[in-house]
Structures are given as C-alpha cells and as structure tokens.
Ligand binder design. Structure first.
Ligand SMILES: Nc1ncnc2c1ncn2[C@@H]1O[C@H](COP(=O)(O)OP(=O)(O)OP(=O)(O)O)[C@@H](O)[C@H]1O
Length: 233
C-alpha cells in the first residue's frame, strides 16, 4: 500500500537519504530503526510531503503521490504524528482533537470517532477542557496520536511516539499501535530508537545507517542479536 522507491532526499546543502526503498502494509506495524541522525525523520517527512525527494518515487495505494502537498496526502488517508508532539498548547484538549477532524471524509461520524478515541485514551476525556500546554509530556503525546486518529487514517506515521515517556504510558501507546493495526487494519510506520520496544510491537523492520537501509526483514524471523551492531553507538 505504501511503497517508497529509490528515494533520495535531504536539505539545501546535504543529501540525507540515498536510494531508500521501503514498503508498509495495512494491518501491520513497520518499524524504522537507526541511531541518531541517520535520516529516520527525513524519511517520514518525505512520506508526508514536508520534504520533496530529489529522486525516486512514493506510491500510496498504487498512486504516485511524490509531488502531492502534505494536506492532500492527509486527505488520502495518511496521518502524521511528528517528533516532539506538536500539539497546540493554547487550545484545549477538545479543540486540539476537533482540529484532527479536518482530515475526515464528509460521510464519517465525528461523535463515534471521538468516542473511540476516548476509549483508547481515557485520560483525554477527563481533561477535555484543559489547555494542551498544561498536560504532561505523556498526556500531550496521547493527544497528538489521538488527534491524528480523529482523521481515521489508513496509514499512520509515528515519529518516536514513545520517546521520553514514562513506562506505563509507553505500554498504553504501544497497545494502541497494535490495536490500530490488528483491529482497524491501519498501516503503521513507527520510528523508534529502541530495538526491544520496536520488536515488541512490529511485524516488519528497516534499519537505517547513514541514510540507507542496512537491514530489513520480518520481526518474527529475525534474531535481535544479529542486527544489534547497527544500533549500538
Ligand atoms: N532542517 C534541516 N536542515 C539541514 N539538515 C537537517 C535538517 N533536519 C535534519 N538535518 C540533518 O539531516 C540528518 C538526518 O536527520 P534526521 O532528523 O532525519 O535523523 P533521525 O534519524 O531522525 O535522527 P534522531 O533519531 O536524532 O531523530 C542529520 O544529519 C541532521 O542534522
């Protein structure tokens, strides 16, 4: 469903990704791993359209989306939760969530989606009228994911959603990721630092080093020890 083909991408003075190809399927969690600065965020930004590839192609549901702007990709069912949980701090939890509805097709039922989101993240229902900026880091991260889910994405791009968060919330977010993939058949692309954490919820993995894919495979067929070398500093 998502196919990144031979993509090169980067910034004005530097090429970060070179000849990168990855796939992600509906109903599966695809982990993107690698040390700091190897290009994971650059890949996610290329998929959502914040960075325009210098070469290669990105296909989504068999359509070439390489030159589409981000908002059109969102309308086509791609959700994005950036690193650093960019919620609106001066808006309430409820207002933040309602902004996520922008991506929804007209026929969808917003109150049902809100109910589903509260079921996944009960704390958000309790804090509906609190300002986003007054939430804890873990609560903000739940809000950022919940807001993306309001658009009922078919593919969800999560850039280190469990970074710097207490273990109980990490577990909750991990459970939501697995549930979205297995029960709602959402495709998940999960950028993650920790091999243990990625392997505890992913079906497929890609390991990046210096802008290219150096290992990939099915989690169930891979011995963590064999790939640890790409991740230790
Ligand atoms: N806006 C930018 N302008 C120029 N260079 C950038 C920019 N953003 C990132 N880079 C550089 O691109 C390279 C890849 O960065 P990227 O954020 O994609 O890595 P990452 O694997 O996501 O790292 P981390 O795990 O630390 O988040 C790094 O060398 C980084 O310094």
């Amino acid at each position: 469903m998502l196919s990144v083909q031979n993509v090169a991408a980067g910034y004005e003075q530097s090429v970060v990704l070179e000849n990168v190809s990855i796939n992600a399927q509906k109903g599966a969690v695809t982990a993107v791993l690698g040390r700091n600065g190897v290009g994971k965020t650059t890949l996610i930004k290329s998929i959502i359209g914040l960075i325009k590839p210098m070469a290669g192609k990105i296909e989504w549901e068999h359509e070439d989306i390489t030159s589409l702007p981000p908002e059109e990709r969102v309308r086509k069912g791609i959700g994005y939760v950036p690193q650093g949980r960019e919620i609106f701090s001066s808006l309430t939890v409820e207002e933040n969530l309602l902004l996520g509805l922008e991506a929804l097709p007209k026929k969808a039922n917003p109150s049902q989606i809100l109910a589903e989101v509260y079921e996944l993240f009960p704390i958000l229902k309790e804090m509906l009228h609190r300002k986003g900026g007054d939430l804890s880091g873990g609560q903000q991260q739940q809000l950022a994911i919940a807001r993306a889910l309001m658009g009922q994405p078919k593919l969800l791009l999560l850039d280190e959603p469990m970074e710097g968060i207490q273990p109980s919330i990490v577990q909750l977010i991990r459970d939501v990721i697995v549930k979205m993939a297995k029960e709602k058949m959402v495709g998940i692309v999960l950028v993650e630092h920790s091999l243990d954490l990625a392997f505890s919820c992913a079906d497929y993995f890609y390991i990046f080093d210096r802008g290219t894919v150096v290992a990939q495979g099915r989690v169930s067929e891979t011995n963590m020890h064999d790939i640890q070398q790409f991740l230790t500093v």
